[in-house]
Ligand binder design. Structure first.
Ligand code: UD1
Length: 448
């Protein structure tokens, strides 16, 4: 077993290749697009694989930057991570040498903090950096840390790092969260699978990606189940085994393409789309007048359902699942710029998740930002091309949507934010007939 060696280490961010998207809008999308595996499931599945020394295999893993960061972070711990073919990852954590998750990983991706629970539960200690992630307001981790303490962990915070130990073994307990947290639920659930005794997590987040993680843990031999919609119970085991799992489809990517079909006045078909996980979103956009028909794993989108008259204004409020996902709020807001009348947007989960609307305004959208949680969008706006900058992942995809709906050419800087969470987004849009190019900043050569 490894020890956490002393280190002398200075954070030097790697230079990011500056890329931009150039989009010529005004073209109705048509055809079919296949939805990739869910980012927010894949990252936690990779983290869960360190709960065992045996090999785990994952298929339908999205080819995105966040997955590459998680894979590299694991490799730096001494975990073997193979990537034998596209969308397949194999993880073997038999020999973990280095129980240290550095600032470099944490600064790139908040989900690196998902390694706290499994490393602590299996090895009894870890030093892990305070995470960064999207620039969408304060993103504390107090709920994770308090929950680990409830399981018996001792955790000190010094110089940006959490020094966590579990003298003996973590102990099962009742973990009561003061508010719902997706990764908080997942972190404590992973830790509890190897703890001594019974753990009850309440209120547990209800996002479908958590149920994907539960299904994988059960294949590993863990005794974990959702006993009520907001309750997860775990009986800890001494060991778990390797297992194989197919990552479920990405509901946020699916929602993004639904809006793309709608705002371009197109007709598109999404395959491998998790219709069942998109209830609140599909209800909203149907109220707005988008034509939707679903089967178990396809969604047909008809953006011409209202005959080009413009969509209907709808008020939206984000919430924890099964409410409207905060991650789908930015794409939905783009749709609302194409609706006639005033739509209120209430973002309840994160502060500052409306800031990107400043860029949308540069494209001709009429948006009044009332405070850090509320905005009013008045449509229908004739969007036009502009020079805009991406600040975070979901805002980035949404600016592409606005550009597809706009007249003229839009240059969208900061494309790397989008690659964090969308597999081959420009290729998928090209396949639907969009005019989109990925270029290096200051260089006219197309790279897609
Ligand atoms: C996850 C998702 C993210 C999504 C979010 C909400 C991943 C990798 N990311 O993020 O895409 O937008 O759920 O659906 O799965 N909070 C605290 N203390 C904590 C943790 C959270 O105060 O320790 C607050 C947050 O600031 C936020 C709220 O709780 O206001 C919910 O956040 P949470 O559900 O934890 O989001 P993440 O799990 O980080």
């Amino acid at each position: 077993m490894a020890d956490a060696r002393p280190f002398h280490w200075e954070y030097r961010p790697e230079p990011v290749t500056r890329e931009l998207f150039q989009v010529e809008g005004g073209c109705a999308l048509s055809g079919s697009v296949s939805i990739s595996g869910a980012k927010n499931a894949a990252l936690k599945l990779l983290a869960a694989a360190v709960l065992t020394g045996e090999r785990c295999r994952f298929t339908n893993v999205p080819e995105i930057e966040d997955v590459r960061v998680m894979a590299q972070t694991l490799r730096e711990l001494g975990v073997v991570v193979d990537h034998p073919e596209p969308n397949v990852y194999e993880v073997a954590a038999g020999d973990v040498e280095w129980l240290f998750v550095p600032l470099e990983a944490a600064a790139k991706m908040r989900a690196s903090f998902m390694l706290l629970g499994p490393l602590l539960a299996r090895f009894g200690r870890v030093i892990i950096s305070n995470p960064g992630g999207d620039r969408i307001g304060r993103r504390p981790v107090n709920l994770h840390v308090d929950a680990m303490r409830a399981l018996g962990a001792e955790i000190e915070y010094r110089n940006g790092y959490y020094f966590a130990t579990a003298p003996g073994r973590l102990r099962g307990t009742e973990v009561r969260f003061p508010s719902v947290s997706v990764m908080g639920t997942e972190n404590v659930m992973l830790a509890a699978t190897l703890a001594d005794g019974h753990t009850v997590i309440r209120p547990a987040a209800q996002e479908p990606e958590i149920d994907d993680l539960i299904a994988f843990l059960q294949k590993m031999g863990a005794n974990v189940q959702r006993t009520y919609p907001d309750t997860i119970e775990v009986d800890g085991k001494r060991r778990l085994r390797g297992a194989e799992h197919r990552v479920s489809s990405d509901r946020i990517e699916a929602g993004t393409f639904v809006v793309a079909g709608a705002v371009t006045g197109g007709r598109i078909m999404l395959t491998n789309a998790p219709c069942d996980h998109l209830g609140a979103f599909l209800e909203t956009i149907q109220q707005a007048g988008v034509g939707i028909s679903c089967t178990k794993d396809t969604i047909e989108v008809d953006g011409t359902a209202l005959g080009g008259a413009g969509f209907r204004a709808v008020d939206i409020t984000t919430g924890t699942y099964p409410g409207l996902a905060t991650d789908i709020q930015p794409p939905t807001s783009v749709l609302l710029t194409q609706a006639t009348g005033a739509s209120k947007v209430h973002e309840t989960i994160f502060e500052d998740r409306l800031e990107w609307m400043g860029e949308l305004r540069r494209m001709g959208a009429k948006i009044r930002i009332l405070d850090s949680h509320r905005a009013v969008i008045t449509g229908r706006s004739k969007l036009h091309g502009a020079d805009v900058e991406i600040g975070d992942l979901r805002a980035g995809a949404s600016l592409i949507l606005a550009a597809l709906a706009a007249r003229g050419t839009t240059t969208i800087h900061g494309a790397h934010h989008v690659h964090r969470g969308y597999e081959n987004i420009d290729g998928k849009f090209l396949g639907l007939g969009a005019r989109i190019k990925r270029l290096e900043e200051g260089n006219d050569a197309t790279s897609s």
